[in-house]
Ligand binder design. Structure first.
Ligand code: FEO
Length: 398
């Protein structure tokens, strides 16, 4: 069944939504699904920008054939060689053996690693500043290394003032028949997914995102066509503002999140008591998460949103409770910055997780770790009230 959407003059979306995949990259849960966007250029020459994931192969090839309407495909432009976008290159080139495959130098290295037959493809190698004309459209290429792989290119269509932005400005989430961001309530429908996608997929590469945002600022961009999620044709500064914040590691809100690990409920109970006290003292938007019951990708998304992060953790085998250790390692791997951390530890005989968590947090740049550590011996009791008050005050005052 036809699954094509017009997105601009001469540009058609021929991608697909996947609601069956449970984990993106086999890591990140995506109950909201995901889209793989591909853009068909209907011009004197025909072109497609990127293919799609193997999971939507049948729909994709049907869309491509429908879009071509019996014409041949002249160009297959590859902006990103990650398999969620490139896995149908072999099928497209088999259908159209005369197609010219367009990409950067490193694109073709990766292409041959995934598809050895690429050595025989008709190729056009491009680099930043090069252009490709299809007739009415001229596409200029912009290098976007490490957003999200090193070979990534963006392309700018001068006709529609549209930026084809590869993974950048994308999001988890299926499109449910729509195509434009303004067909949704973005804050309600996509902001959390968009932030979680950014933080987990691109979060480590803030410097590189900043570099490409500076290049983008020199272009007159009226539309953004990412490889995942909706196309932007209105209010694109909303998204640019988010990317500016996310890529400089500025929190979106001055809010507090409490992330706890708990074997038997005692640290969980302490976390709820602390959250209640924080609210009583005027803290806004307090959220509490069980590190065992919340996939770490959601916690990372929340770290990109909130300013203050309280970690409450039992001591386990004289170390950090493993799910908390995993979360800390993920924050270190992603290079979290500019946050305030507060530590609470629990231990029945030798609490040690506080010191160990502080050592992990010391690996982060530009963060504040509060000196005041709350120590719980097995469970929180009325006798701990003053210590809890002091701890909450230290968080609020930070
Ligand atoms: Fe959507 Fe980096 O692939």
């Amino acid at each position: 069944m036809k699954g094509i959407k017009k997105v601009a003059d001469g540009i058609f979306w021929i991608g697909g939504s996947d609601k069956r995949l449970s984990r993106f990259e086999n890591i990140f849960p995506i109950p909201e699904g995901v889209t793989y966007n591909s853009y068909f250029i209907d011009d004197e020459k025909t072109a497609v920008f990127d293919t799609a994931d193997i999971t939507i192969a049948d729909q994709y090839i049907e869309n491509l054939k429908d879009a071509l309407g019996g014409r041949s495909l002249d160009y297959l432009v590859v902006l990103h060689m990650e398999p969620d976008h490139c896995s149908l290159i072999d099928k497209v080139t088999a259908l159209f053996p005369d197609v010219t495959v367009v990409g950067g130098k490193q694109t073709f290295v990766f292409m041959q690693q995934f598809f050895p037959q690429a050595k025989d493809f008709k190729k056009l190698e491009v680099k930043e500043g090069d252009t490709l004309s299809t007739g009415a459209h001229t596409f200029s290429f912009v290098a976007a290394p490490m957003v999200h792989w090193p070979e990534v290119l963006f392309a700018y269509d001068d006709k529609n003032k549209a930026l084809l932005s590869a993974d950048a400005f994308g999001t988890f989430g299926a499109l449910d028949g729509a195509i434009f961001a303004d067909e949704f309530d973005f804050e309600k429908d996509f902001l959390e997914s968009s932030r979680r996608y950014y933080a987990n997929i691109v979060g480590k590469y803030g410097v590189q995102v900043q570099a490409v945002l500076k290049k983008a600022a020199a272009l007159d961009i009226q539309m953004i066509l990412p490889l995942h999620g909706p196309v932007w044709r209105k209010d694109i500064n909303v998204l640019f503002d988010k990317y500016q914040k996310w890529s400089t590691y500025e929190s979106e809100e001055d809010s507090v999140i409490v992330i706890y690990g708990s074997l038997y409920g005692h640290t969980a109970s302490a976390a709820q008591a602390l959250a209640s006290l924080l609210r009583d003292k005027g803290a806004e938007g307090v959220k509490v998460y069980d590190v065992s019951g919340t996939d770490v990708s959601y916690l990372i998304g929340e770290v990109w949103r909130a300013k203050k992060i309280i970690l409450m953790c039992p001591t386990y085998n004289n170390g950090i409770y493993p799910p908390m250790e995993n979360f800390l390692s993920d924050m270190v791997a992603l290079g979290v910055q500019k946050r305030v951390f507060a530590i609470a530890q629990n231990g029945t005989w030798a609490p040690a997780s506080g010191k160990l968590m502080a050592e992990k947090l010391a690996l982060l740049k530009n963060v504040t770790v509060l000196e005041k550590v709350l120590t719980i011996k097995s469970a929180l009791h009325a006798s701990d009230e003053a210590a809890l008050e002091e701890f909450a005050d230290a968080v609020i005052g930070a």
